[in-house]
Write a protein of this length. Structure first.
Length: 132
């Protein structure tokens, strides 16, 4: 676990100041993230003020930057591929097809994709960055 915390600290230092608004391209019900490493796309499945559900794809070796959701708890359900989610508290979730995890609101986390990954992500209540 100490190694995972060191990785998170290194990523945090490297990614300080990244604003997701600057790397997002929105079109209709889809968001494409223009990331320094890899690519990520999410599609709206359902979005109401109380809950947002999106289907996502991230390519192998994608690193989604350290970020948090101020007012929303986020859930991940992987149905194909593999990813790891590293949280600022030191928690690490290794997700493969059929597994899931929950990230508390305000908890900074980053995503590291080990192989092309398809997943469903849910925020409660709906997070403003999620596709409409």
């Amino acid at each position: 676990m100490a190694g995972d915390i060191k990785v998170l600290e290194t990523l945090n230092e490297a990614l300080q100041g990244i604003n997701l608004d600057g790397i997002v391209q929105r079109s209709d019900n889809r968001i494409d993230f223009d990331l320094p490493t890899g690519m990520a796309t999410v599609f709206n499945l359902f979005n109401k003020p109380g809950i947002a559900v999106a289907e996502g794809f991230m390519s192998k070796d994608t690193i989604f930057p350290l970020h948090s959701h101020e007012n929303s708890k986020e859930f991940f359900i992987v149905y194909k591929g593999a990813m790891s989610i590293l949280c600022e508290c030191g928690e690490k979730y290794d997700l493969v097809a059929g597994s899931s995890c929950e990230v508390d609101k305000k908890m900074y986390h980053s995503i590291h994709v080990k192989e092309d990954c398809r997943f469903v992500t849910i925020t409660v209540p709906a997070d403003p960055i999620f596709p409409k």
